[in-house]
Design a protein around this ligand. Structure first.
Ligand SMILES: [Zn+2]
Length: 284
């Protein structure tokens, strides 16, 4: 399930202990669960100066600063897209979506993450996971891990409670107002804004590969208000597999290699269009 931003504030206001909510922009309708601890996570007001500097210089290859890396010598060895922050959603006291057969989203996504990680490493990427076991980092903790990287993309993995079993969808955050202040900082809750174009490009590449492998999946990325993506300062996508309603989890397990392959090859195809200069502020 994907979690929307507005739902958090509703939960805060009502102080209810469990939330099943909706998100929607565009065409997707997704239900979700949220634990009280998540709902009460404070949202920092802005990305830190270090993170803000990581945001501003990122430009597509071939753009005005496309030749910048070659001028910075050895310091620029890490300036390409090298890191994938992989987020198995939910965990801990938050099981995510649950099927009648006892299937828990939080467990399945962790198993998927192992295969996605392996496929990414075979493509030469370094993988950083937001959780390795049954923990539940906050949304901000997960975004902060991604925002601390330079040259990373972010992928959050979900299993839905809806949709045609055996299909997969990719979401990017819906449009956010861009608001870079005079101090050069980007508000934390709009950290995704400068990356939406790149996120859509990445999302379309991954969705296209998923559609080839899983018939009935959409051909193009969809948009939704996704809490986890909103605060992430990197090209960021949510991949949602259908669904926890299958009677036998083996039906989901069989999808894992294809999902891993689509994500890894989609990111590899995206890599040439994403260059991250390594000198803070150099391109301002
Ligand atoms: Zn989920």
């Amino acid at each position: 399930m994907l979690l929307g931003v507005g739902n958090i504030f509703q939960l805060r206001a009502r102080s209810i202990s469990l939330l099943f909510c909706l998100i929607l922009t565009g065409f997707a309708l997704v239900s979700l669960a949220l634990t009280p601890s998540e709902a009460q996570q404070p949202i920092p007001s802005a990305v830190s100066p270090a993170n803000a500097s990581a945001i501003s210089p990122q430009v597509p290859q071939g753009g005005a600063a496309g030749s910048a890396p070659s001028t910075f010598g050895a310091q620029t060895q890490q300036t390409g897209l090298n890191i994938v922050v992989l987020d198995p959603a939910h965990g801990g006291t938050d099981p995510g979506a649950r099927g009648t057969g006892g299937i828990r989203e939080s467990e399945i996504v962790l198993d998927f993450a192992i295969q996605v990680r392996h496929a990414l490493e075979q493509e030469g990427f370094q993988v950083v996971q937001t959780r390795q076991g049954n923990e539940d980092p906050s949304f901000d903790d997960r975004s902060a891990l991604a925002n601390a990287q330079r040259g990373a993309v972010f992928v959050t993995l979900h299993i839905s409670s809806t949709g045609l079993p055996g299909t997969a969808r990719v979401f990017v955050n819906s449009d956010l107002p861009s608001a870079i202040g005079s101090n050069g900082l980007i508000p934390w809750d709009r950290a995704q804004a400068p990356f939406l174009g790149l996120s859509k490009k990445l999302g379309d590449l991954v969705q296209g590969l998923l559609a080839q492998r899983f018939k009935g999946s959409p051909d193009a990325v969809q948009t939704a208000s996704v809490r986890q993506l909103r605060t992430t300062a990197a090209p960021a996508i949510a991949v949602e597999i259908s669904s926890v309603t299958v009677n036998d989890r083996a039906e989901l397990d069989r999808m894992a290699p294809g999902v891993a392959d689509a994500i890894a090859h989609g990111i590899a195809a995206f890599k040439p269009s994403y260059v991250v200069p390594n000198t803070t502020g150099a391109l301002r």
